[in-house]
Design a protein around this ligand. Sequence first.
Ligand code: 5GP
Length: 126
Amino acid sequence: MPVKGLGTYDDTNIFARILRGEIPCKKVYEDDHALAFHDINPQAATHVLVIPKGRYISVADFSTKASNAEIAGFIRAVGKVATALGLDDPGYRILANMGEHGGQEVPHFHVHLFGGHALGPMLARR
Ligand code: 5GP
């Protein structure tokens, strides 16, 4: 079920549990501000999730509450991961789902990174 609205951060969400080491992940990258790991249900040849380490639900939550160091660190991590995976050329896609209309299922802010082949239209047809 997609998450509803902003609400308060749920410490039992699956990414919080991955960050605490309670659930394993196929780690791609980690630093002080971000963790990147392979999606459990990949939607492209390469499908990696990049998450900030702080307790943020959405980009609104993250951009208003996170420190400049957290925000810069997270964005830099997204770029580093894409480069490390060899995706800069021929390209890739990043996407972040937010709330009910965005279809967000895990209420911890995250960016999907897709690549490995031509990705087709930006959005599924309605
Ligand atoms: P959302 O719909 O919230 O943008 O995306 C959540 C993503 O998390 C989905 O692509 C889903 O496959 C992935 N996911 C859910 N549970 C797990 C898990 O336990 N491990 C990993 N690696 N990915 C997960």
